[in-house]
Design a protein around this ligand. Sequence first.
Ligand SMILES: [Zn+2]
Length: 431
Amino acid sequence: MTETIKLSKTVVLKSIPLTRTKIKIIENTIEVYKEILTIALDFGLKNNTKGHIKIRKGIYGEIKNKYPKLPTHYIYTASQDASTRIKSFISIKKRGRAYTKIPKIKRASLWLDDILFNYKDFKTNIEKLFSMDKKGKRTLHLRLSTPNGRIVIPLKPHKLFFKLINEGWKIKAGFKLILNKVDGTVKVLIPLEKEITINDNYKAVYALDFNLDNITYGNFENIEMIKTNLGKLTEKYSNIAIKIQEKFSFKCIHKQEKPLKRKGIILLKKFGRRLKNIREDKLKKFANDIAKELKEKDAILIIEDLSSYFNQNIAKKSFKKIKHKLHNISAKKFLEILKNKCLEFGVKVVEVNPSYTSILCPNCGNRLSQLYKLAEYKLADERALPSRLMYCFDCGFYADRDTIAVFNLIKRFLGCFRSARSPMNSQGRDW
Ligand SMILES: [Zn+2]
């Protein structure tokens, strides 16, 4: 049995430095676009509508009067843009994170639908769009409709772009164009799509367990462990975050609710982004290697159900809380990246409910004990490796937590692990 799914991705191409005339035309187009976007936002907010069709109908006459030479489709895309912005503004407002009364247009990238440039050629006849520049390098020609007529923008395709096209990724409409006034170039964001056939005739069942320090995956015969070092990175970030929070909170009577000053939020975001990038690069590489290996082994992959994150009880201490939260974010992120990578390679992924998978014995199903918590094994440093070692007093099975999770996830997939809903039989053991 096979199953077909669609994956999407965005690739960015930069243009060669453009002539001053072209830059001016693009700048002007963006200005006009911003203006339409502002009008569209106003209309949507005043009339309490976030649907792009209603917005478009509402502003069409006014815009056509004001800019008779403007290609009509900019009104379509600006209305869609406005609709998206209103929707995301409403959700930000709900979370209490909106600092302005109306959505502000900080950056406007030009949204292009298929009529506003030579999309058909991009889709079906891309070879025709290539030509050589003066230095003998291949450029890819985007023809853009503007209020001043059509202009040609030569883009510099890169290795990744060709690789994706060769791998069967198809170019979709809905390009976005961003102007860089500093170096006189534009960036074009190109959405891609690929149909993947997932093979259900697997030869091996693998499961994977993620925690900040290591990724454990394998089956009953073979377990692999990758050290991630993300725990250290997270700890470093947590310490910075705590310092920022201490320094930039308003003083309040209630300790639990200390709102953060604007500056603090900006700093938190900055450090958060930096560490997020490092983390994501690492996770992507791990995911790619694992997906490739599973493909070679003709395996199916079992992971924890992604929705299980964020529902778990969070530890009370603040460091633990942040660490726990970050662990969940990383785990969710990693499993998402991995899932996508696997799909790209045609490896089937099955999500199963993870409850009890790290505390019950994969051998006999009874509760496991954490060795370090028992008096005779008590260690000074709780985070030393043995703390992850679990022991079964009923059958003598022992292994580290992650390996146990891998075994139990496979067993749950095979239907031979206790059901997620059955009540726990706690026997008052210190585990
Ligand atoms: Zn046991």
